[in-house]
Ligand binder design. Structure first.
Ligand code: B12
Ligand code: SF4
Ligand code: SF4
Length: 405
């Protein structure tokens, strides 16, 4: 086919060769056949027409205050591929499947409690992996159509990766908000490439959630306010990624999650038995995916970078993960961690960490925790941290109303 194109003589970077529709349909099929060689699990093609319905949806989403703040703010750019590549004619969407199970997960037990990283933070950062796959795909296409222009993105780009994937027939837009592919379930990362190639679009998939509502029922915080509609501010995945105070009602809901949340995917029947182990870079190190909590409290910047710098959990730095580790120890009521939490309460330079440690000590209770909280109250200068310490001192586990667990 590449030969055919060169014979046409028009393949330079300024102009697109005029080829029949049969050529582009054949190129698309050839590209899909090449997907496994390129390390891609599914490829679909969408038209590059503006996403007009999505735009209305995003406007309403913003009005309702449901945005996380991590989204591209410019709604025109989010919904108009032509603004990102003026010669856009199609969008090639890709999906790469990732594992959902740990092989021999280390045990979390009293005295050695562990947290859990969401599956999207296992293995090498998926942004790195998908950018590599998109670069390979671009090179593959350029070999065949040298005049091709491409604008690739994954997660941090302007477009809605899910809306593109849905239009390209990668999967359906599910009630838990994920794109679920009939083959891989929702354990897929998404990325796309806007191109100037007139590739024929694929049909959207016809599968759906049907009557199921398991994800909505299982969401710990009621963040899925309607099928396919998320209030990101209530979503634990979002909350674990913030750097500031976690509102108290959400503390217990976080459980031992250190980064992200998978509940609405693990309960999904469409994910049953789906675990993808064929992408070498995405396979997890169980010690990193399910790390001991106490060592995280004092991890230094250098060590954090060495251990987690290559994963997608590192983008917000170590602070949110350390704060979540403190919360997890409190949720576990891990009495053996009282000395470590006391160190954080009295010595950490970050008020959020000190106040959160107060919350955890209030959950664990006992004389040592009480003494630490009283000492901290006398010395604390941060207003918010003082509030957390005072509320911790009122907890039944501290006042003795109920015996500490
Ligand atoms: C901001 C963001 C978040 C926020 C908000 C998530 C959300 N649901 O909006 C937070 C931090 C909470 C988050 C969490 C997660 N995220 Co995130 N996130 C994004 C990001 C950057 C933008 C998403 C966005 O704009 N949302 C706004 C909503 C309104 O739009 P949308 O979801 O993009 O589009 C859909 C809706 O608009 C809907 N829609 C449109 N019109 C209408 C009309 C009706 C009536 C209905 C019902 C729906 C509907 O259809 C569109 C297609 O599904 C994307 C990457 C990207 N650039 O797109 C990744 C992305 C969505 N995240 C991803 C992942 C993996 C996750 C987590 C699973 C990570 C984790 N384990 O913790 C969770 C899942 C939480 C959940 N239930 O959605 C993947 C999803 C892969 C997949 N298979 O779907 C993406 C695509 C990243 C990637 N490139 O792979 N994320
Ligand atoms: S990621 Fe967790 S908190 Fe967010 S919608 Fe899914 S189950 Fe709910
Ligand atoms: S749990 Fe049920 S409703 Fe939720 S995404 Fe899966 S199939 Fe759809």
């Amino acid at each position: 086919m590449a030969e055919q194109l060169h014979q046409s003589g028009g393949a330079d970077s300024a102009s697109m060769p005029v080829m029949g529709g049969g050529f582009w349909a054949a190129l698309k099929e050839e590209m899909k056949e090449a997907a496994p060689l390129l390390g891609i699990d599914k490829i679909g093609v969408a038209s590059s027409a503006p996403f007009t319905e999505l735009k209305q949806r995003l406007i309403r989403h913003r009005e309702l205050g449901y945005e996380s703040g991590f989204e591209e703010p410019d709604l025109d750019k989010r919904t108009t591929p032509g603004l990102l590549l003026p010669t856009a004619q199609s969008i090639v969407a890709i999906a790469v499947a990732y594992p959902s199970k740990l092989v021999s997960p280390p045990k979390s037990e009293p005295g050695a409690r562990r947290g859990i990283m969401a599956r999207s933070a296992w293995g090498l950062d998926y942004h790195t992996v998908l950018r590599d796959r998109l670069a390979r795909l671009e090179a593959w296409l350029k070999e065949r159509v040298p005049a091709m222009l491409a604008e690739s993105m994954v997660d941090t780009g302007e477009l809605s990766d899910r809306a593109v994937a849905e239009r390209a027939g990668i999967g359906w837009s599910a009630k838990n908000c994920s794109i679920i592919s009939p083959e891989f379930g929702s354990w897929i990362y998404l990325g796309e490439m806007i191109t100037n190639l007139p590739l024929p679009p694929d049909e959207p998939v016809t599968d759906s959630c049907g009557e199921c509502t398991k994800c909505i029922d299982a969401c710990p915080t009621g963040a899925i306010v309607a099928p396919g509609q998320l209030n990101a501010k209530r979503c634990i995945s979002f909350i674990t990624q913030t750097k500031d105070w976690v509102p108290e009602p959400f503390m217990r809901k976080i459980g031992n999650r250190l980064y992200g949340c998978d509940t609405c995917q693990t309960v999904c029947p469409k994910n049953r038995g789906k675990n993808w182990t064929h992408q070498p870079e995405l396979q997890p190190d169980p010690e990193l995916a399910k790390p001991l909590l106490v060592p995280l409290l004092t991890i230094g910047n250098r060590e954090f970078k060495e251990r987690y710098g290559h994963t997608s959990s590192a983008w917000r730095g170590k602070k949110p993960i350390q704060r979540n580790a403190v919360i997890a120890l409190g949720t576990f009521k891990e009495a053996s961690a009282v000395p470590d939490l006391t160190e954080v309460l009295l010595k950490d330079t970050r008020p959020v960490l000190r106040g959160t440690a107060a919350w955890s000590l209030g959950q664990i209770g006992g004389e040592a925790a009480k003494a630490a909280l009283e000492q901290a109250l006398a010395a604390e200068t941060d207003e918010e941290a003082v509030c957390y310490i005072k509320r911790a001192l009122e907890q039944p586990a501290i006042t003795g109303e109920h015996p500490p667990v």
